[in-house]
Ligand binder design. Structure first.
Ligand code: ATP
Ligand code: MG
Length: 612
């Protein structure tokens, strides 16, 4: 897609206020009319008798999230998960996590497990939501292979399907195109008996892979190419991660998906716009299978919404795999990846992703969402949650040369306290968290950029003669610096002004021009800080058919050795902080060891630095 203007996020959406959209309207309308009120649930899904009258289905609506377990989920899937699970939750329904595992070669249990993790982490648990269906396990298409096979035979018997043995090339050529109607296959007029025999031979492994397909018999002249006798079964000798070698024929996705929905009594089958042209086949199949008495009305209905397109981000599974396989990133969970495992490791929270899904809303037309919207949701979520802390990312030593004179000895240290959250972040009635404690001593680490021997105009931080506060500590007066042979500053010198400590009566006795962040040499802890930035330097990395690898941001990761205050060094893995003045950081889930080996990832800066 080329670069249209980004869609403005709906800032009316908050965690507690949902903005209406066309899907909500459809659902509310169905609930009003009782469209699905007569549904009955009996037996287990996949059981052909499921449609027989049984106990009433207690769920008002049923949605599903149907990933194919062939890769890791990404931020676009997060949108779909939030929509499907979110709607079910809101309207007293259930949502099924279902693996659409009809493609044995590409699928794997590694992906199955990562998808389960991602859905749970986002805050949705199908085991709770789906319990009404009597199932605590995720659903999987492969559980229905027997039923699908029976459905295929039923279609054959009713004259709605035939085994086609044209070569792949002939089949393609005979399908026609937009301007040209298709041509009937010479196999289209086979008898029911002939079709049944041949289909069973396909199933029994008597035909080679690709030698034949079962096709729905609809209309080779349909203006919708998806209705020109689509393939519904193919021969593929591949071991399935769930059914093993039971089958050598597998249903096509477009055939399998509506059946999965129907067997699970899904009411609203919500998918992305690219399936719009498939809807007529979805409905055709539902009608035929009801006619064959394999399914019962009311059938599920498909609704399409616009997929998420996010600037600076790629969501094609194939291209994400390429980034991993060509080692452009460290893996699927590289904190720069838009995968859910990547976002999680980067420091995104489930709350921020759910807020993002609410903000971007659901529409029927494609648009681009600006990446800053995602970052904004994270900031909004962490603003009142993430404890504050000081870290020095580009350290140079500051020596308080009159320390012994002021406090009696060079080794003297004093405790400082600062609130973990600012006053504004504490809700009424909420107990504030315990204060942070850190020490101040003769030597502290400060940012290299906080000293200038010859200050540029307007510079308010350390330069000889200037008076500055060490935030939460003392006011100091800069006296100069030491340099090495190459002229680099090796130490900054200053004098502490006793009696000016923050929080004491004398704190305001001397006016400081600025307050700077610092970490004491006495109790500061060395930490690895990974300064992540956007993976791509261009808003539309794959626009206009260009090679998306050319758009990689060469500065998307810079690793620095920093010093952090003790409250940060002792963080639990995955704990988020606001490093004062720098932005939001998270203790890396995998590499951070509390106290022993602190490792932090930058999630995002305090404000958008990419804006125009
Ligand atoms: P594939 O090309 O392998 O089919 P996919 O991204 O469509 O990739 P699925 O596992 O089929 O992956 O997706 C599961 C669900 O997530 C589908 O219903 C799909 O419509 C939805 N989905 C995928 N990408 C996005 C996106 N960018 N925005 C919103 N929903 C998405
Ligand atoms: Mg898909």
């Amino acid at each position: 897609m080329n670069a249209p203007t980004p869609k403005a996020p709906d800032t009316n959406a908050t965690a507690d206020h949902k903005v209406s959209n066309f899907l909500r309207q459809i659902i509310e309308n169905d609930l009003d009319k009782g469209t699905y009120a007569t549904r009955r649930w009996a037996g287990s899904p996949g059981d052909a008798t499921h449609h027989a009258a049984g106990q009433p289905d207690p769920a008002k609506i049923r949605t599903r999230f149907p990933p194919e377990p062939n890769g890791y989920l990404h931020v676009g899937h997060a949108k779909s998960i939030c929509i499907n699970f979110g709607l079910a939750k809101e309207y007293g329904g259930v949502c099924h996590l279902r693996f659409d595992d009809t493609n044995p070669e590409k699928e794997d249990t590694e992906y199955v497990n990562s998808i389960i993790d991602a859905v749970k982490w986002l805050g949705f648990d199908w085991a709770q939501l789906g319990q009404a269906a009597g199932s605590a396990a995720p659903y999987q298409a492969s559980d229905y292979f027997d039923f699908m096979y029976r459905a295929a035979e039923a279609l054959i018997e009713a004259g709605y399907a035939y085994v086609d043995e044209q070569s792949a090339e002939d089949m393609r050529a005979n399908r026609g195109d937009f301007g040209k109607p298709g041509v009937d296959s010479p196999f289209r007029s086979r008898t029911v008996t002939e079709n049944l025999t041949r289909f069973r031979e396909m199933r029994d492994g008597k035909l080679d892979d690709g030698a034949a397909v079962l096709r729905a018999k609809i209309d080779m002249a349909s203006p919708n190419i998806n209705l020109r006798d689509p393939a519904i079964y193919r021969i593929r000798r591949a071991t399935h991660h769930h059914t093993g070698d039971t089958w050598c024929i597998y249903p096509m996705y477009t055939f399998a998906h509506p059946i999965e929905d129907a067997l699970e009594q899904i009411t609203h089958s919500i998918c992305t716009l690219e399936f719009e042209d498939q809807r007529p086949f979805y409905d055709w199949l539902m009608e035929r299978l009801c006619e064959c008495k394999l399914l019962a009305a009311p059938s599920p209905k498909q609704y399409e919404f616009a997929r998420l397109n996010l600037t600076y981000v790629i969501t094609s599974k194939r291209k994400l795999a390429q980034l991993v396989n060509e080692s452009k990133v460290s893996g699927w969970d590289d904190p720069r990846m838009p995968t859910i495992v990547g976002l999680r490791r980067r420091g995104y929270t489930p709350e921020s992703l759910r807020l993002f899904a609410d903000r971007i809303g659901v529409t029927k037309s494609d648009s681009w969402i600006d990446y800053s919207t995602l970052e904004g949701c994270l900031r909004e979520d962490l603003e009142n949650k993430a404890h504050r802390g000081m870290a020095v990312l580009d350290p140079v030593k500051l020596v308080l040369t009159n320390w012994a004179e002021a406090f009696g000895s060079d080794g003297y240290t004093e405790d400082c306290t600062q609130p973990a959250l600012p006053h504004s972040a504490i809700a009424e009635g909420q107990t504030p968290p315990a204060d942070r404690m850190f020490k101040i001593g003769k030597e502290v680490w400060i940012e290299r950029e906080d000293f200038e021997e010859v200050p540029p105009k307007g510079y308010k931080r350390l330069f000889p003669g200037n008076v500055v506060r060490l935030k939460g500590g003392y006011v100091i007066e800069c006296t100069g610096c030491a340099r090495d042979a190459a002229g680099n500053v090796t130490e900054v010198h200053a004098k502490v002004i006793p009696g000016t400590k923050s929080g004491t009566p004398g704190a305001d006795s001397v006016k400081a021009k600025a307050a700077i962040t610092w970490v004491s040499v006495a109790d500061g802890v060395q930490a690895e800080v990974r300064l992540y930035d956007r993976l791509f330097a261009e808003a539309h990395p794959d626009a206009g058919g260009k090679d998306f690898l050319q758009s990689l941001n060469p500065d998307s990761l810079k690793v620095v050795t920093a010093y952090v205050e003790p409250s940060l060094a002792g963080a639990q893995p995955d704990q988020k902080f606001q490093f004062e003045r720098f932005g939001y950081f998270v203790a890396d889930r995998l590499d951070h060891v509390a106290g022993a080996k602190p490792v932090f990832n930058r999630v995002t800066g305090l404000k958008d630095s990419w804006g125009k």
